[in-house]
Design a protein around this ligand. Structure first.
Ligand SMILES: CCCCCCCC/C=C\CCCCCCCC(=O)N[C@@H](COP(=O)(O)O)[C@H](O)/C=C/CCCCCCCCCCCCC
Length: 211
C-alpha cells in the first residue's frame, strides 16, 4: 500500500475486485478497504477507534485467505459456499464460529453502503456543504442501524472533527474539484455494483443479520 491516498487507486481496486462472471475477489475488496483506512488515518487520531476495527476485520479475512483453506476464500461467493456447507458460520447467535469470514465481511459490506451514500453526497454537494453533515446523514441511513448507542455517540463526536469539503477533495489526490467529481462519478457505479452483488448473495443465503 502506498503512503499517499489516491481515489484513483480505490477505483482500481474495486474494479479489480469484480471477476468476469461478476463474483467479488476478496483480495481486492480488502485492498480497497486498506486504501480507505489510509485515508482515514490521515485525518487524525480521533478516527483511530474506527480504523482499528476495520484493520482487525481486514486481518481476519487475510488470515483466512492465506490459511490452509485459502482457496475457498478467493471470492465472496466461494467463501459463502464453503463456510455454509461446512457449518462454519454462527447463524443466530455467536457460538463456536464468532469470527467467520461471512460475518466479518458483512460488517465491511454494511460500511460499504455508508461509503456509497457518503460519496454520492460529496459528489453532488455544493461548495458550502458540510462534510460532517454528509457523513452523519449517510451513517444514519446505513451503519447506525447496526450500532449500539455508545458507538453511535462516539461516531457522532468523530464526525465533528472531520475536515471541510475542500480538504477532502485535496486529499483524494485526483486533480481539481471538477476532476474529483468526475472520478467520483466513475467510482460510484463500481462501488454500488460490488455492494449490490454482495447484498444479493447475502440476502439469498439469509446472511444479512449474522450476529
Ligand atoms: C474516497 C475517499 C473518501 C472517503 C473515505 C472514507 C474512508 C473511510 C474508511 C473507513 C470507513 C469506516 C468503516 C467502518 C467499519 C465499521 C464496521 C462495524 O460496523 N463495526 C462494528 C461492528 O463490529 P462487531 O463488533 O460486530 O465486530 C464495531 O462495533 C464498530 C466499531 C467502530 C465504529 C465504526 C463506525 C463507522 C463509522 C463510519 C464513518 C467513518 C467516517 C470516516 C470519515 C472519513
Amino acid at each position: 500500500m502506498a503512503d499517499t491516498f489516491s481515489l484513483q487507486r480505490v477505483l482500481e481496486t474495486f474494479r479489480s475486485s469484480l471477476t468476469e462472471n461478476k463474483e467479488v475477489y476478496i483480495k481486492y475488496y480488502i485492498a480497497g478497504w486498506k486504501e480507505l483506512v489510509s485515508f482515514m488515518n490521515s485525518l487524525g487520531n480521533v478516527f483511530s477507534f474506527i480504523s482499528k476495527d476495520v484493520i482487525c476485520k481486514i486481518q481476519i479475512l487475510e488470515n483466512f485467505l492465506s490459511g490452509e483453506n485459502g482457496s475457498h476464500y478467493v471470492t465472496i461467493q466461494s467463501m459463502v459456499k464453503y463456510e455454509l456447507e461446512n457449518e462454519l458460520v454462527d447463524l443466530t447467535k455467536r457460538g463456536s464460529h464468532p469470527e467467520s469470514g461471512c460475518r466479518t465481511l458483512l460488517r465491511l459490506h454494511r460500511a460499504l453502503r455508508w461509503l456509497e451514500l457518503f460519496l454520492e453526497r460529496l459528489r453532488t454537494s455544493a461548495e458550502d456543504s458540510k462534510t460532517s453533515v454528509m457523513c452523519s446523514d449517510a451513517y444514519n441511513e446505513s451503519l447506525a442501524q447496526h450500532h449500539p448507542w455508545l458507538i453511535r455517540k462516539a461516531v457522532g463526536v468523530a464526525f465533528c472533527a472531520l475536515p471541510g469539503r475542500d480538504t477532502f477533495f485535496n486529499v483524494m489526490n485526483a486533480g481539481d474539484q471538477v476532476q474529483v467529481v468526475a472520478l467520483l462519478g466513475e467510482s460510484l457505479p463500481l462501488i454500488s455494483e460490488v455492494y449490490q452483488i454482495t447484498e444479493d448473495l447475502y440476502a439469498k443465503n439469509n446472511l444479512l443479520e449474522l450476529p
